[in-house]
Design a protein around this ligand. Sequence first.
Ligand code: CTP
Length: 211
Amino acid sequence: MSSPLVVGIAGGTASGKTTVARKVREALADCRVAFIDQDSYYRDLKDMPLEDRRQVNFDHPDAFDTELLVEHLKQLRSGQAIQKPAYDFRTSSRLESTVLVEPGDIILIEGILVLHMKEVRDQMGVKIYVDADDDLRILRRLTRDIKDRGRDFDHVVGQYLRHVRPMHMGFVEPSKHFADIIIPHGGNNDIAIGMLVGALRARLAAPPPPR
Ligand code: CTP
């Protein structure tokens, strides 16, 4: 049996990475697909006062527990299930509970910096970058963070200018260079997503390469 195919899905905040990953999973519902999101691997800040947590730069690579993420990717690739951490954006801390992720023939990994991080990128067989216009991303982010992540307008704007935008320009956007496929128009691009699904199905059906 051939080893699982790791598919990385990167892109700026609120570009539609989760939607692309969800549509791929839905289209491959008859296949064994494991899914992990980089957001679940944010470092746990429960020992830091809540006010200080709000000032942390969550768009810098150091904000993530990348060692654990890489370990989990390796376990999934070797056919072992993992207990994925669960993250609470309202408190910027890990929940007590974890989520069981079974191994799959395809392993989808989604997050802003998955293509930037060499140790993560090196495990990928297919590298995707989801692109969306900056004005649409900030509007989506504003709505989402206020509705779902317990933030207010001033906080979202301040965080965007202080951390999100500079880290996007410094780390996220340049990582597009590593992509095999760039999907424009975020998660709404059903033609590109359909082509990706077709390519993944072809890879699953292909006989393993000779050793
Ligand atoms: N973040 C935050 N507070 C935290 C942890 C992370 O505000 N405690 C923010 C970071 O600023 C980062 C963003 O979360 O920019 C990463 O999540 P994002 O990529 O926006 O979420 P997805 O749902 O994966 O985005 P998409 O819409 O592309 O699916």
